[in-house]
Design a protein around this ligand. Sequence first.
Ligand code: RP5
Length: 173
Amino acid sequence: MAQTAKVAVIMGSDSDLPVVEGAVEVLEQFGVPFEVRVLSAHRSPQAVEQFAAQAEARGLQVLIAAAGGAAHLAGVIASRTTLPVIGLPIPTERMGGMDSLLSTVQMPAGVPVACMGLGESGARNAALLAVQILATADAGLRDALRRHKADMAAQVAAQDASVQEQVKKGGGR
Ligand code: RP5
């Protein structure tokens, strides 16, 4: 039987999917049950309202909302739920994503959205933050997060050794 989703990844348009895939990958890596939806704050506001109103009762614990341009999706969802909402601003052609970033991050007091950075790193961090929130009540996820940090440190150590070697070979700089 499929596990109940704990995280929802919502995007404003299917054109956001190439960026959102970074978040999906991380959630899969940590074995967190999740669902993916396309819901638009502007084009399907009733569906957004219904989703946000029912999210907690459905067992969801963290919501990731990705949108570009006049990116109101995360804020609108946050207005309708007490679940933590992570906003993922999608890069745009016209304004390089500044439009998405500012309309996601600049929420009025009282309605927080945890806004990530733009693009692939933002998508991966959105999922990691969702995992970290779930990990406050899940020792297995805390262990997995510790291993993730150790793996990153090992990768940097390998880069350090490799760069030192390359420079040495390059003539004693
Ligand atoms: C937003 O408008 C979506 O999140 C998407 O990033 C942006 C552009 O949408 P389409 O051009 O794919 O319709 O609502």
